[in-house]
Design a protein around this ligand. Structure first.
Ligand SMILES: Cc1cc2nc3c(=O)[nH]c(=O)nc-3n(C[C@H](O)[C@H](O)[C@H](O)COP(=O)(O)OP(=O)(O)OC[C@H]3O[C@@H](n4cnc5c(N)ncnc54)[C@H](O)[C@@H]3O)c2cc1C
Length: 832
C-alpha cells in the first residue's frame, strides 16, 4: 500500500468513488481511496438508485444535474454499463398548492438548465393508463432522469478512477488522523473477514496525505470523533418494498415502454418498475434515527427488519394510485440506514477548524449526488473554489452548539419532510425553541411568529395577538401568505414612523491587539474606518469572490467590533481564525473573541427613531445627542439608554434613519421595556425579518447568502464603493482577473396580483435566459413586487426592460437605479 499521497479519500461508497474519480480528472495524479470493507458495502448497495433532478436548492440542483449527465457518459469511458434507465420522472400533484410548489421549483430548474414539462391528468392517463388520475391537479415531468444501478455506477466510477491513476485499497480502515503542520498522518488498520465478521488485524500503516476527504456514510459520527469535530450527520431508517410481478403491468409492457419513476408527493412515496412489479419507497412518519453513537461492529452490509405498520398509509395510497397493485404480493424489502442532516442537505467542504481536511458526509441522495459532489469538491480542492457557490452545503453552516440529540431529532424531521410542501416561507418546528434571547417571551406575547437562524429564534413578523399555534403554518404559501399584510404594515411603519427589529442573531466578533489593524487592512476590501466610525467591507476567498460581509466598528486604534450575518457564525469564525493564524507572524499578535451571545441587538429605524432614543438617552444635552453633528451617520458611540450601557451604531439595514443598539444580553428585557415605553407615543411597531428583507431591497442592500457569495466578486455585486483598489488585500488580484461576468441589479416587477418573486426566478430578454433573481419580495414604497439578481453586464443599465418567470408565466421587470428608494440617502442622513 502507498504510504504517501497527495489526497486520501476515506470511504468506498458512491460518494467516495465520485470524489476520487474527479480529483484524478482535475489533475491530481496521486490519489488513494481506502475502504474498510468492500466497495459499495455501506448504504450504497441497498439504494433504490433513483436520480431525482428535482431540488429546491440551487447548489444541489447543479450537483444532481451534473451527476445525471456524467453517469450517461461513464460507459463509454469505462466499458461498464451502470444500468441507467432514462425513464423520466413524473411528480404528480394532488392540489393546486403542490402545483405552485412545482412551478417555484421549475424556476430553479430553469436557472440551472434542467429540462421539464407540464402534464395534465388527462395526458398522464393517456400515456400511463394504470395510474389513477381523477384526483390529480397535474404533474411535472423530467424526461432526462430515471434510475441507475447504485453498485454498478459506483464500480464504473471506481474503474474510471483507477484508469486515471487512483489507487483503491479495500479492507483498510482509517483509525486516526494527525495533522503535522503541512500534511496529515493517517493511521490505517488492515481489516479481515472472520466468521462473517469484519475484524481489525494487528497490521497498521501510517499514510502521509497532503489532503484528506472523508466520505464515510453511516460512520460519520465515528469520523467526527476521530477528527475532534462535531457533525450533525446521523442516519435515519429508510425502507422500500418490492412487489411480485403485477400481471396488468406485464400486459401493458407488451406494447409500451417502462413507466417513469412516479412520485406522489402528497402521498409521500416514490414508485418505479422492477422486473414486472413495483418498488415502493415511502417517506413515512416516525422513521427513527440510528447509529447516533456510531455503527456497531456487528453491522456490516446489513439491513433492519421491515416495519410494515409504519408505512401502511403510504402503501394504501400506492394501491389507490395504481389499483392493479392491490392483488400483488410482496417479494422483497429493504430497510437500511440513510444519512441525513438537520436541513436535509449534505456536508460538503472544509471541515471546521482543520486544514486540508474535507468532508463529504450526510448524503440522503448520495447516488444522485455522488458525481456532482466529486466534480465540485474537486474544483474546491484543486482550484481553491468551485464554479458554483457551495456555501449552502458547507459543514460550518451548523455551529458547534449542535448536539447529538438535536441532530437526531432534526434529521428525523428532515426525513419526514422530504415530501411536505416546501414553502419558501417554511419554518421547521422540531427542537424549537432552543436558542432564545431574553426578549423572546415578551415578543411572543406581542404576536411574534419566529423563524430560526443558526438556532436562534428571530421574529419573522408579528401576527395577531390571539393567534392559534397553527397560525404560521397555515399562513404559508407559494404566493402571498396570510403573514403578508402584517409584514406590509411593519414595512410601512419603518418608512413612515418607527419600528423595532430584534437583530440579536447577528454574528459578532471582537478583534484586538497590535496586529489587528494591519491584518484587517489585508483581510478586507474597504479602507478601515477611523476610530469611532464604521465601514461596510468584504473579505474575499483566495479566488477573489465574496467570502463574508462585515460591518466593522473601530472601537480603538487596534480594537475592532465585527458584525456579520447571523446565519453564518461558525463559517465566519472559522475563516477569521485560520486567516489570523496564518498572518500573526507577519502582522503581530491579535486576540479574536466570538461575542455573539454576549450582546443582544435591537435595530430601531424610521423617521421617528431619533425621538424615541432621545427620550431615553442620558446626556447633558439630550436634544442634540443624536444630531448629525454629535452622532453622524456611519459612526458609533457608547451611550446610556436609561440604565442600559449601549454601543449604538448609526446604520439601518432598512435604509431609514436608525441605530443598531448592541447591548449586554442580560439587560435586554430592561432595554426592550424602555424602548417600548418610549416608543408608544410615537406609534413604535415591532418589525420582523420579512419586512426588513423587503425594505433592504428597496435600498439595493445586498444580502449575504443571496446576492453575496462565493460565485461573484464584490465588483460583480456592484459594491465598487466598498472596494479600495489603491490598497492590496486578500483575493484582490484574483478578483481583478475575473472581470465582470454578470452584474447585480435591482428590479421592479409587474408580477401577479397575488404573488411576489421569492428570489429563485429566471430572467429573460425575449426568449433568451439572461440571469436569475437571488432575492424577491414586495416594495411598500413602490407598491409593486421587487427583486434583486444577476444579469448579463450589458443588461444592467437602469431602464432595461426584461421579463421574469413567476408561476410559469413571464412578467415584465425593469432594472432600476441602485437604491431606487431614497437614492441620495437623504432620509438616513436626516438631521434632527
Ligand atoms: C433504502 C434506501 C434507499 C435509497 N435510495 C436512494 C435512491 O434511490 N437514490 C439516491 O440517490 N440515494 C438513495 N439512498 C441513499 C444512498 O444510499 C446514500 O445516500 C449513498 O449510498 C451514500 O453514499 P456514501 O458513499 O456517502 O456512503 P456509503 O455508501 O455508506 O459509503 C461509505 C463507505 O465508507 C466506508 N467507511 C466508513 N468509515 C471508514 C473508515 N474509517 N475507513 C475506511 N472506510 C470507511 C464504509 O465502509 C462505506 O463503504 C437510499 C438509501 C436507503 C437506505
Amino acid at each position: 500500500m502507498k504510504t504517501e499521497v497527495k489526497a486520501l479519500v476515506v470511504g468506498g461508497g458512491a460518494v467516495g468513488n465520485g470524489i476520487a474519480y474527479h480529483l484524478a480528472k482535475a489533475g491530481w495524479s496521486d490519489v488513494m481511496l481506502l475502504e474498510r470493507d468492500e466497495l459499495t458495502s455501506g448504504s450504497t448497495w441497498h439504494a433504490a438508485g433513483l436520480l431525482p433532478l428535482f431540488n429546491m436548492s440551487y447548489a444541489t440542483s447543479h450537483i444532481h444535474d451534473y451527476s445525471v449527465k456524467f453517469y450517461k457518459s461513464l460507459e463509454e469511458e469505462t466499458g461498464l454499463n451502470a444500468g441507467f434507465s432514462v425513464v423520466g420522472n413524473l411528480r404528480m400533484a394532488q392540489t393546486q398548492a403542490r402545483m405552485d410548489e412545482y412551478m417555484l421549483y421549475a424556476s430553479t430548474a430553469e436557472t440551472v438548465g434542467v429540462p421539464y414539462e407540464w402534464m395534465t391528468p388527462a395526458q398522464i392517463k393517456e400515456r400511463w393508463p394504470l395510474v389513477r388520475t381523477e384526483d390529480l391537479e397535474g404533474a411535472i415531468f423530467h424526461p432526462t432522469d430515471g434510475y441507475i444501478n447504485p453498485a454498478d455506477v459506483t464500480m464504473a466510477m471506481a474503474k474510471g478512477a483507477r484508469q486515471r491513476g487512483v489507487t483503491i485499497e479495500r479492507k483498510w480502515q482509517v483509525d486516526g488522523y494527525d495533522w503535522q503542520g503541512d500534511h496529515w498522518e493517517v493511521t490505517c488498520t488492515k481489516m479481515a473477514d472472520k466468521g462473517g465478521n469484519l475484524v481489525a488485524t494487528e497490521e497498521q500503516v501510517v499514510v502521509k496525505a497532503e489532503h484528506v476527504v472523508t466520505a464515510t456514510g453511516n460512520h460519520a459520527q465515528r469520523t467526527a470523533k476521530l477528527l475532534g469535530i462535531k457533525s450533525p450527520a446521523i442516519p435515519v431508517e429508510h425502507q422500500f418494498i418490492v412487489t411480485e410481478p403485477d400481471p396488468m403491468l406485464q400486459e401493458y409492457r407488451k406494447n409500451h415502454g417502462e413507466h417513469p419513476v412516479l412520485r406522489d408527493a402528497d402521498a409521500k412515496w416514490y414508485v418505479r418498475e422492477e422486473r414486472g412489479g413495483w418498488i415502493l419507497g415511502p417517506y413515512e412518519k416516525n422513521a427513527p434515527a440510528c447509529f447516533e453513537y456510531g455503527v456497531p461492529d456487528s453491522f456490516r452490509a446489513d439491513l433492519f427488519p421491515l416495519d410494515l405498520e409504519r408505512i401502511e398509509e403510504e402503501y394504501m395510497s400506492f394501491i389507490h394510485r395504481i389499483p392493479s397493485s392491490e392483488e400483488v404480493g410482496l417479494k422483497d424489502d429493504f430497510n437500511g440506514p440513510i444519512c441525513y442532516t438537520p436541513d436535509g442537505n449534505p456536508l460538503v467542504g472544509p471541515a471546521p477548524g482543520l486544514r486540508n481536511m474535507w468532508l463529504a458526509e450526510g448524503f440522503s441522495f448520495g447516488i444522485t449526488a455522488a458525481g456532482g459532489t466529486g466534480y465540485y469538491l474537486a474544483q474546491m480542492m484543486v482550484e481553491g473554489e468551485a464554479e458554483i457557490d457551495m456555501a449552502s452545503l458547507d459543514p460550518k453552516r451548523f455551529g458547534s452548539w449542535v448536539t447529538t440529540e438535536y441532530a437526531a431529532r432534526k434529521n428525523e424531521e428532515s426525513y419526514d419532510h422530504v415530501f411536505i410542501l416546501h414553502h419558501p416561507d417554511e419554518e421547521r418546528p422540531a427542537c424549537r425553541p432552543l436558542k432564545t434571547a431574553p426578549a423572546y417571551d415578551r415578543q411572543k406575547a406581542l404576536g411574534a411568529q419566529f423563524g430560526c437562524v443558526n438556532g436562534w429564534e428571530r421574529p419573522n413578523y408579528f401576527g395577531p395577538l390571539d393567534a392559534p399555534d397553527s397560525f404560521d403554518h397555515d399562513a404559508r404559501s407559494f404566493r402571498r401568505g396570510a403573514w403578508w399584510d402584517y409584514a406590509k404594515d411593519e414595512a410601512h411603519a419603518i418608512r413612515e414612523g418607527v419600528g423595532l427589529i430584534d437583530a440579536t442573531a447577528f454574528t459578532k466578533h471582537v478583534l484586538s491587539g497590535p496586529g489587528a489593524t494591519q491584518f484587517l487592512d489585508w483581510f478586507t476590501t474597504n479602507k478601515l474606518p477611523r476610530v469611532g466610525r464604521i465601514n461596510l467591507t468584504y473579505a474575499l476567498t483566495a479566488a477573489g469572490t465574496t467570502r463574508t460581509e462585515y460591518t466593522i466598528v473601530r472601537r480603538g486604534e487596534d480594537s475592532y467590533y465585527l458584525v456579520s450575518s447571523g446565519a453564518w457564525q461558525a463559517y465566519d469564525a472559522d475563516f477569521l481564525r485560520a486567516a489570523i493564524a496564518d498572518k500573526t507572524a507577519e502582522f503581530g499578535a491579535m486576540t479574536l473573541q466570538d461575542v455573539t451571545s454576549q450582546y443582544g441587538v435591537f435595530a430601531i429605524a424610521g423617521p421617528k427613531s431619533r425621538d424615541v432614543l432621545g427620550a431615553l438617552i442620558s446626556d447633558a444635552n439630550p436634544e442634540t445627542a443624536l444630531s448629525n453633528k454629535r452622532f453622524p451617520w456611519l459612526s458609533s458611540q457608547d451611550i446610556e439608554l436609561k440604565m442600559c450601557p449601549t454601543m449604538a451604531i448609526r446604520v439601518a439595514y432598512t435604509g431609514e434613519l436608525g441605530w443598531e443598539l448592541h447591548h449586554p444580553i442580560e439587560m435586554q428585557n430592561y432595554l426592550f421595556d424602555q424602548l417600548m415605553q418610549a416608543g408608544e407615543p410615537h406609534g413604535l411597531k415591532l418589525v420582523g425579518a420579512r419586512a426588513q428583507n423587503w425594505l433592504r431591497q428597496e435600498k439595493s442592500y445586498r444580502a449575504f447568502g443571496t446576492e453575496l457569495g462565493r460565485d461573484a466578486t464584490p465588483l460583480e455585486a456592484g459594491l465598487d464603493r466598498f472596494v479600495d483598489l489603491n490598497k492590496d488585500f486578500h483575493g484582490k488580484a484574483a478578483m481583478e482577473a475575473i472581470g465582470i461576468r454578470s452584474k447585480c441589479v435591482t428590479l421592479l416587477v409587474d408580477g401577479p396580483a397575488d404573488a411576489d418573486p421569492w428570489g429563485r426566478e429566471a430572467l429573460y430578454a425575449g426568449d433568451t435566459k439572461v440571469g436569475r433573481l437571488t432575492s424577491g419580495g414586495y416594495s411598500p414604497a413602490f407598491g409593486r413586487s421587487i427583486g434583486m439578481g444577476y444579469v448579463r453586464p450589458d443588461l444592467a443599465e437602469p431602464g432595461t426592460k426584461l421579463m421574469v418567470k413567476i408561476q410559469d408565466k413571464l412578467w415584465p421587470v425593469e432594472v432600476t437605479v441602485d437604491s431606487p428608494y431614497d437614492p441620495t440617502n437623504a432620509t438616513i442622513r436626516k438631521d434632527g
